[in-house]
Design a protein around this ligand. Sequence first.
Ligand SMILES: [Zn+2]
Length: 581
Amino acid sequence: MKKLLFGLAACLAYASVVKAQLTPFELSKDKNYTATYSQVISYYTALAKTNPQLKLINYGTTDIGKPLTLVVLSRDKIFDPALIKKQNKRVLLINNGIHPGEPEGIDASMMFARYLLKKNALPKNVVICLVALYNIDGSLNRGVSRINQNGPVSYGFRGNSRNLDLNRDFIKADSRNTLALEQIINTWKPEVFLDNHTSDGADYQYVMTLIETQKDKQTPVLAKYTSETLSPELYRRMKKSGFEMTPYVEAEENIPDSGIVSFLETPRFATGYTSQHNIISYITETHMLKAFDKRVYATYDFMQALVDIVQRDAKQIGELKARADAQVSRQKTFALSWEPDTIHYDHLSFNGFTAGYKPSEVSGLPRLYYDRSKPFTKTIKYYDNYLPTVTADKPVAYIIPQAWGKVIDLYKLNKVAMRPLAHDTTLDVQMYYIVDSKTPKRPYEGHYPHSDVKLNPTDMKIKFYAGDYVVYVNQPLNRFIVETLEPQGVDSYFAWNFFDSIFDEKEYYSPYVFEDVAADLLKKQPELRRKLEEAKAKDATLAKSASAQLNFVYRNSPYFEKTYLRYPVARLLTDAKLDLK
Ligand SMILES: [Zn+2]
């Protein structure tokens, strides 16, 4: 009897341990549930208690005041990133819940971590870092804000507590979430990165679509490996596991039949930013209309496939990363923006549903629908080539005046190699004057991003001060440096309004005072007089306006401020000997 009681107690205790180790998703009745933030953290905390190969490490705080939790899975129980590099192991970083309404990765990662631990299946040569739940703020704001989505029953909101889309924040880094994640990336230095998402858009047969870093935008040595080896292998393995994938579907009017265009993740996106760091990057996009459990299992299988291939190719990936870093360090010209090549395209076999139009019951006007009883497989065009539209040649070095503190702080966070000037120094450099740019009337992600920037490069002497930073463009982070510091970069710091104070004119003149000075200037400088006459001949408005002519003289006089519309980061074009701290 006693024995039986003991056996029963042991059995109950065992059951509760097993139960505690199931995820809220697994425990839910119809598997249409995603874990809350507190469930995620208590689940991993419990796993860590009994599994020394799993460690939780908190980074920074997020905008909601809670730390960002990184779950590290290390077979050898080594949790020191430097030691992991020394042992020539790879780091795979997986990000979950950047859009908390797209939560498959959160639930799949919880199951995946447990599986790897329980089955003693952690890879030998890969340390897996999981961001348990990135947008904590959004996750706490739980509801049903994604009308196009088939479950789970409730989930977090896209914006964080500052209403920022964190997947547009990687360059401007407005949120503390971003600062914490960039600290993780620059501390652990992953060779491979995965960001788990859910799509919207067209309907088709696939449960999962995939975005790989656009190959033309990727460092060539990495592009060759991902497009010839890693991506095809991921597609093959996912097909075998029952979740055949297709490239992410971006199509005109949401109808893929006429062709799809490969997605271009510019640096504001997670994978655009990681590719600037020569990190092989992927985004999974599960399809929003498929059942939630299928989406979670597809994400699980994708992570398993990725871990297996990274383990298999661990040595090769390490070598490729080193070669990519060296290649970028030597690279001379950099693309700053891109457009799809509409002439050269590939083909792919696509499993879709027949699309059509029928009268809307809301408006009576035609509406798009997909007929799921009419699936098809056909060959469609795949526009997966991009061409650079603007490029820049790198200078020997950029010089960033210390006044621009946010740039310096972000460069330190990203571990850009830079050194301060030891003394005040006057240097011959190239400066950019902003000739023109377009700026929206309404803000986007808390900014008014500039585009179509036109520059007038001007050679001049500039005085720099001890402590201003010199950034040589000869390092693995060259792409990050050039793409953030060249004002024409689609996601440059200039584009994101870091330097907007240069748009202000700080001094001005009283016309009645300047009239006499201007008259004197024109007398003493015949060249200025000629310039004014030429301008008047070309511009009737100027010819008729006294104030415009006075202003013309002012702007071409020594009194006019040289810093107006001058981009403050200098380009050092010759390798001058500099005294650095
Ligand atoms: Zn998303």
